[in-house]
Write a protein that binds this ligand. Structure first.
Ligand code: DCP
Ligand code: CA
Ligand code: CA
Length: 404
């Protein structure tokens, strides 16, 4: 190539050049797609991954099941009512983690900075990589091709100048889609969408916006910012900026932890329910505090219990919504122990771990419900005290002693 080569391959488009370029890649119906690799007979059928128990929820639904209204986080019973021919497959977590690791390695070949945002999705910062990887569209096509050739899994890709818009874009073009939002056209893309599509607007916020007559992002983008401030405080104008396609947040190198857990061996093997409950409470606090410290939410919780003869069991539950809350973790741990523990047998060890961790951008509601914000304030205060005094510094009333 000679010196007459253009400065950048993207120079042909006036909107490009010094702009930041963020790519968001998200696997299509990830768990279902992995199950289909393990059992190709599932191809083309309405399939959902979910547990067998009445209380379990759907974690992933195939695109054939979605026209019936089947969605993630829906109870299995309800999904079967909506779509009686739905094939329910029990999940195989180990396989999902293995594929997630393979995907991460592929993503890392396409950008110097890759942020795995959950098991099945990542942000890639493509800024300044044109010479190496081609224009964003070419890089995206190559990425999708590599993913398909090396894992046989389908994905969708959004490209934009910030993470938020890239994520909305990948979501809009699913499945097997590719959408590039040119710099300057963000507001145009967002305007016709329902406000719920914007990461950061959860149910509570959406409901209050509906009360103000705001249903589409375009309406939010054009709403009087002072009126929004009057209703939502500083979140109001912030939401309005996001509805216009403006968002902060760099692509941060790194992978989220696969799981966060804590366990404790009892000083003396026990059948004392109160004592065991105290330990669960301390474990839940410890796990929740670490989740909050990492800015993560758990989508699945596992209880481990070991009897005095070292026989060890685990029991897990998938949650409808990710959580970092002590009391919710404790509630689940209690239920699992109550269901599984053979009370005539002494317990030697209890463990609690959080899995399917997610950075939570999606579910985060900028305006948490008022009753939640009290709990969040309390958590933040507790976490601050712990940072200053070490973990033993504070415990809820019922927690037993200090964990090592
Ligand atoms: N997951 C879960 N419980 C939830 C949501 C998700 O266990 N409530 C798991 C199963 C999903 C995986 O995480 O396959 C990725 O979640 P996504 O939200 O990306 O959903 P899918 O990949 O299943 O579908 P989509 O094609 O809409 O991305
Ligand atoms: Ca996905
Ligand atoms: Ca995802």
């Amino acid at each position: 190539m000679g010196p007459e080569e253009p400065e950048s391959v993207t120079a042909g488009h006036p909107a490009l050049g010094r702009e930041r370029v963020v790519l968001h890649v998200d696997m299509d119906c990830f768990y279902v797609s992995v199950e289909r690799l393990l059992n190709p007979a599932l191809n083309g059928l309405p399939v959902a991954v979910g547990g067998r128990s009445g209380r379990s929820v759907i974690s992933s639904a195939s695109y054939e099941a979605r026209p019936f209204g089947v969605r993630s986080a829906m109870p299995v019973g309800e999904a079967l009512r909506l779509c009686p021919q739905l094939v329910i497959v029990e999940g195989s977590m180990a396989h999902y983690s293995e594929y997630s690791e393979r995907l991460e390695k592929i993503f890392e070949r396409f950008a110097p900075v890759v942020q795995m945002a959950s098991q099945d999705e990542a942000y890639l910062d493509l800024t300044g990589t044109e010479r190496l990887y081609g224009t964003p569209l070419v890089a995206a096509e190559k990425l999708r091709h590599a993913v398909l050739a090396e894992t046989n899994l389908p994905c969708s890709i959004g490209i934009a100048r910030n993470k938020m818009v890239a994520k909305v874009a990948s979501d809009l073009c699913k499945p097997k889609g590719l959408l590039w939002v040119l710099p300057g056209s963000e507001a145009l893309l967002l305007a016709p969408l329902a406000i719920e599509r914007l990461p950061g607007i959860g149910k509570k916020t959406a409901q209050r916006l509906h009360e103000l007559g705001v249903r589409r992002l375009g309406e939010l983008a054009g709403f009087d910012p002072e009126l929004l401030r009057a209703h939502f405080g500083s979140h109001g104008p912030e939401m309005r900026e996001r509805a216009r396609g403006h968002a902060e947040g760099e692509v941060e190198r790194g992978t989220i932890a696969k799981s966060i857990g804590a366990e404790q061996t009892l000083g003396e093997d026990s059948v004392d329910a109160t004592r065991l409950d105290g330990i669960l409470s301390a474990l839940a606090e410890r796990v929740a505090s670490r989740l909050r410290g990492e800015g993560l939410r758990a989508g699945q919780v596992t209880l481990k219990y070991r009897y005095d003869d070292f026989e060890t069991h685990t029991a897990g539950r998938t949650l409808a919504h990710g959580t970092d809350d002590d009391l919710q973790l404790l509630r689940i741990a209690r239920e699992l122990l109550a269901e599984k523990w053979n009370r005539s047998r002494r317990i030697r060890l209890l463990g609690l771990s959080a899995h399917q961790l997610d950075s939570g951008d999606e579910q985060m509601d900028l305006l948490a419900a008022p009753e939640e914000s009290g709990a969040q304030k309390l958590h933040a205060a507790i976490d601050r005290i712990r940072i200053r005094h070490g973990f033993g510094g504070i415990h809820r009333g019922s927690s037993e002693g200090r964990l090592s």
